[in-house]
Design a protein around this ligand. Structure first.
Ligand SMILES: [Zn+2]
Ligand SMILES: [Zn+2]
Length: 350
């Protein structure tokens, strides 16, 4: 019998603590020194270069909660993040110096749902930045190697955090089953809607109609694959025989009205955060025409596709980034999209 000795990782000179943006309660964000978790054999230590502000982060900051998840203890925010590996555990294979983006959801990996491949639905899963699990708005994080995806040279870590919302868009388009030549309606021209538009264009959609109530965002949409835009606050939604609806606004009316534009035997996909229960969805219409109503939650196996689309230029990642803030100004970053609604994706750049 032989005993295998695992060499200890060389941790000399590595930081034992770091600075992080810790949310203590609604509108109470503090930049604090936090100890770093020990580097386990399958972990990597990442020096962060970009962190993305998402609607959920803004909800936690503004209200101390996001939907049903309530902040009950101080938690580091952030689930969109990229950086450079500066140390790897003894059994990790990513080399120091490698730029990576972090896939924030950590499924258990062993339950029937995970084993079926739908790991985004794992009932026991956690997610960085979803209280009480600490997130990625820190100068350094220790994460399992399985959570990182290597970034090619064409996607610098300084913008790599935006791969996460692109993965949301990739999964949304996959769930929507967008096919070449189709007519696609996208409701909501926020960062996710604009990324969904680009991914649908890359899939070969023939027509992409984007709706919103903000003219600035609609003007941006025309640069991101939209062949037509409609401001539903001022214009009628005069569409018929659409093949796909991808709802990215979280607005119930947008979903209900969007469904009514669909042709028989088509599909509506809910991507924007849904309310717990909803009245006004035309269920009889869905049944009469066998229109499939499906949902998308985060993503499964979508990061490699997202990285490929951004790397090839099929999706213009830099153009959705409208602001960058140092970690010290994380509170300003968390309110920037509200303060200035022309903002799309706002990044923390450390
Ligand atoms: Zn997000
Ligand atoms: Zn699981």
């Amino acid at each position: 019998m032989t005993t295998q000795t695992i060499p200890a990782a060389d941790t000399a000179g590595l930081p034992s603590g770091t600075q992080a943006a810790v949310l203590h309660g609604a509108r109470d964000l503090r930049i604090e020194h936090k100890p770093l978790a020990a580097l386990g054999p399958n972990d990597v230590l990442v020096e962060m270069r970009s962190g993305g502000i998402c609607g959920s982060d803004m909800h936690y900051y503004a209200d101390g909660r996001n939907g049903t998840n309530v902040l009950r203890q101080p938690t580091v925010l952030g689930h969109e993040g990229a950086g450079v590996v500066i140390a790897a555990g003894a059994q990790a294979t990513v080399a120091a110096g490698t730029a990576v983006v972090i896939e924030p959801a950590l499924p258990c990996g062993n339950c029937p749902t995970c084993l079926s491949g739908r790991y985004n639905l794992c009932p026991a899963g956690t997610c960085f930045g979803s209280p009480p699990t600490d997130g990625l708005f820190a100068r350094h994080v220790v994460v399992p190697e399985r959570a990182v995806h290597v970034l090619p040279d064409s996607i610098p870590a300084e913008i790599g955090a935006a791969i996460e919302p692109l993965a949301v868009a990739v999964w949304a388009v996959e769930r929507a089953q967008v096919q070449k030549g189709q007519r696609v309606l996208i409701t909501g021209a926020g960062p996710i809607g604009l990324l969904v538009s680009q991914v649908a264009a890359a899939k070969g959609a023939a027509e992409i109609v984007v709706t919103d109530v903000n003219d600035h965002r609609l003007a941006v949409a025309t640069k991101f694959g939209a062949t037509r835009t409609i401001n539903t606050a001022t214009e009628p939604l005069d569409l018929t025989n659409m093949d796909r609806l991808i709802e990215c606004s979280g607005n119930t009316r947008a979903l209900a009205d969007g469904i009514r534009t669909l042709a028989p035997a088509t599909r509506a996909t809910v991507v924007g955060q849904a309310r717990p229960t909803v009245d006004g969805i035309p269920l009889g219409f869905l049944q009469r025409y066998e229109i499939d109503l499906v949902t998308a939650f985060r993503y499964a196996h979508a990061f490699p596709t997202a990285i490929g689309l951004a790397s090839s230029g099929a999706v213009d990642l830099p153009s959705i980034i409208t602001g960058t803030y140092p970690l010290e100004d994380a509170a300003a970053a968390l309110t920037a999209p509200v303060t200035d609604p022309t903002n799309l994706k706002v990044l923390i750049t450390y």
